[in-house]
Design a protein around this ligand. Structure first.
Ligand code: BES
Ligand code: MN
Ligand code: ZN
Length: 478
C-alpha cells in the first residue's frame, strides 16, 4: 500500500469526508440530482454513498460524532474498510481522500482503516495474481494530511503487514531459527542491530527456562536481541520490549486436545512478531528513543526428551521452577528474557505474549489484558494510546494473594496456578523475574482472528502494534 500527498488537482476516484450534509455544497461539480440522492441515502441511516460518474467514482462519507472521541475515530477506520471493499469490487487502483470535515485526522483514519483491511497473505496461493487486491495507492489532498502524518501512517501499516505475515507463516516455514533470520532482515532494512544467540550459547548462559521448553523439539531454540540507538535519545535508561516467540505450541507432553485448540497455535509467536516489527517501525521513523527488544523462540513439542510434568528447572535467574504443566511454556521462556533485561538497567520493560487462554476468555477479541508495576502516568499513557488506536487495554491487579497460587511444595515456584485467575497468576510468575518498571500485555485473545472483523483480516492481526507505536511516538511529550 502506498500513500501520497497529491500535488495536482485530483482527477480520478474521489472520496469526500463531510460532517454535515450542508457541506455537500463544497464538493466540486456535484449536481442537484446527486445532492438529493446523497441526502436520501443519509436520511436512511446510511453513512457512505457511492456515485458512479462512469469515468470515475465519487464517494461521500458522512462522519457522525459518537459518544467518545475514541469511538468517532474508530468509525472512520471502519468506513475506510467499507471504502476498501468497494474500491476492490470495482477494481480501482487508487483513490483520493478529501477531508472537508472539522476533524483534522479524518482522512488519515479513513486511510488507516482502508490500508489495514487491504492486507492479503497470498504466498501459498497458486492463483495469487488473480485474487490480488487492485487498490494500491491512497492520495491525500494537501489540506487532508501532513507529510509527517502520511509517512508515519505508511510505516505503521508496513509494520502491521509484516507482523501479520510472520504470524500467518506456518511452522514448516517459520522455525525459531527462521524467525531470527527474518528479524535480522528487518534490522538490515530499517537500521537496528541484531544479535542471535544459538542453542550452544543458551546452554552456556544456563537459560534453563527456554531450554526446558525446547527439550521435546527437533529444532534448536534462538534468542534474538535487537537494539536501536538513535543519535540523540530522549530516554536515559533504555526501554526494553520482549515478545513471546513460541513458533508452535502443541502444549508439549501436557498436549493440547486436538479438536480446535491447536489449530491456531502457529500464532503463539504473535508477541515476537509484534515487537520485532515495532522495532522496524521505530527505526524507520527514527524515533529519538533508545530501545532494545528480546525474542526468546522455540516450538513446544512432546518429543522423546520433552520436559515432563514434575520436572524442576533452574531458570536463567537461578530461581527453581516445578513444571506442572508443559503447556504453560510461555512464562518459562519469558522469565529468562525478563531476567536478561536486568543487565540494561531499563527505565521500562514491556512484554507482549499470547500467554493465557484465560485472558482470551475474559475479554475476548476486544482488548488486551495488561498488568504491571510501571508507574501510574505510564499506565495512563498506555491506556490513552489504547483508546486512541482502538486497541484497548483492560488492566488486571497483581495482588499478593495470586502469588500464593504459584508456590511449589518442592521448588521456589511452580508454573501453574489454581483453576481461576489464570491470566493474573501467569503475570505474577513473570513479575518474579523483574526488578524494574514493567508492563505485561497478554494478547492471547487478539493476535489471531478466525473471521474477518471490519479492518481486521482472518489470521494474524498485529493487534497492539498501533497502540505500542502510538505510546512510543508520544513518549515523554505529554
Ligand atoms: N499459547 C497458550 C495460550 C493461548 C491460548 C493463546 C489460546 C492463544 C489462544 C499458552 O501457552 C497456554 O497454553 N496457556 C495455558 C496455561 C495453563 C496451562 C496454565 C492456558 O491458558 O490454558
Ligand atoms: Mn501453551
Ligand atoms: Zn503458548
Amino acid at each position: 500500500m502506498e500513500f501520497k500527498i497529491l500535488q495536482k488537482p485530483a482527477t480520478k476516484h474521489q472520496a469526500y469526508i463531510i460532517d454535515d450534509i450542508a457541506k455537500l455544497a463544497l464538493v466540486p461539480g456535484i449536481t442537484e440530482q446527486e445532492t438529493s440522492f446523497v441526502k436520501t441515502c443519509f436520511n436512511d441511516e446510511q453513512t457512505f454513498v457511492t456515485i458512479n460518474r462512469f469515468s470515475y467514482f465519487l464517494f461521500i462519507y458522512l462522519l457522525k460524532s459518537k459518544k467518545t472521541e475514541s469511538q468517532t475515530r474508530e468509525t472512520c477506520r471502519k468506513s475506510g474498510a467499507e471504502l476498501q471493499a468497494v474500491c476492490n469490487k470495482y477494481k480501482l487502483t487508487e483513490v483520493t481522500l478529501h477531508n472537508i470535515s472539522a476533524m483534522p485526522q479524518a482522512a488519515l483514519l479513513l486511510a488507516e482503516g482502508l490500508a489495514l483491511s487491504n492486507y492479503q497473505f497470498l504466498k501459498y496461493r497458486t492463483n495469487s495474481k488473480k485474487i490480488t487486491h487492485t487498490l494500491h495507492t491512497v492520495y491525500f489532498t494537501k489540506t487532508s494530511a501532513t507529510l509527517k502524518e502520511v509517512s508515519q501512517l505508511a510505516i505503521t501499516i508496513d509494520a502491521v503487514y509484516r507482523a501479520r505475515t510472520l504470524v500467518n507463516e506456518p511452522l514448516n516455514y517459520l522455525s525459531a531459527e527462521q524467525l531470527s533470520k527474518e528479524i535480522a532482515t528487518l534490522g538490515k532494512e530499517s537500521g537496528f542491530k541484531v544479535t542471535i544467540l544459538n542453542k550452544a550459547r543458551l546452554i552456556k548462559e544456563k537459560m534453563g527456562g527456554i531450554l526446558s521448553v525446547n527439550m521435546g523439539s527437533q529444532q534448536p531454540p534462538t534468542f534474538t536481541i535487537m537494539e536501536y540507538t538513535p543519535k540523540k535519545a530522549i530516554n536515559k535508561k533504555p526501554i526494553v520490549l520482549i515478545g513471546k516467540g513460541v513458533v508452535y505450541d502443541t502444549g508439549g507432553l501436557s498436549l493440547k486436545p486436538t479438536p480446535n485448540s491447536m489449530d491456531r497455535m502457529k500464532s503463539d509467536m504473535g508477541g515476537a512478531a509484534l515487537v520485532s516489527c515495532a522495532m522496524y517501525a521505530i527505526a524507520k521513523m527514527q524515533l529519538p528513543l533508545h530501545i532494545i527488544a528480546l525474542v526468546p523462540a522455540t516450538d513446544n513439542r512432546p518429543g522423546e526428551n520433552a520436559t515432563v510434568p514434575g520436572d524442576v528447572i533452574t531458570m536463567y535467574s537461578g530461581t527453581t521452577v516445578e513444571v506442572l504443566n508443559t503447556d504453560a511454556e510461555g512464562r518459562m521462556l519469558l522469565a529468562d528474557a525478563l531476567h536478561w533485561a536486568k543487565r540494561y538497567k531499563p527505565g521500562l520493560v514491556c512484554d507482549f505474549a499470547t500467554l493465557t487462554g484465560a485472558a482470551s476468555v475474559a475479554v475476548g477479541e476486544y482488548g488486551i489484558v495488561c498488568m504491571g508495576t510501571a508507574d501510574e502516568p505510564t499506565r495512563q499513557a498506555f491506556r490513552d494510546s489504547g483508546f486512541s488506536q482502538y486497541e484497548r487495554l483492560v488492566e488486571y491487579p497483581l495482588w499478593d494473594e495470586y502469588g500464593d497460587q504459584i508456590k511449589s511444595d518442592i521448588a521456589d515456584l511452580k508454573n501453574v496456578g489454581g483453576p481461576s485467575g489464570g491470566a493474573i497468576t501467569a503475570g505474577k510468575f513473570l513479575e518474579h523475574f523483574t526488578d524494574y518498571p514493567w508492563m505485561h500485555f497478554d494478547i492471547a485473545g487478539v493476535s489471531f482472528a478466525t473471521s474477518k472483523k471490519g479492518y481486521l483480516p482472518v489470521g494474524g492481526t498485529a493487534y497492539g502494534m498501533r497502540m505500542l507505536l502510538d505510546y512510543l511516538i508520544h513518549y515523554n511529550k505529554a
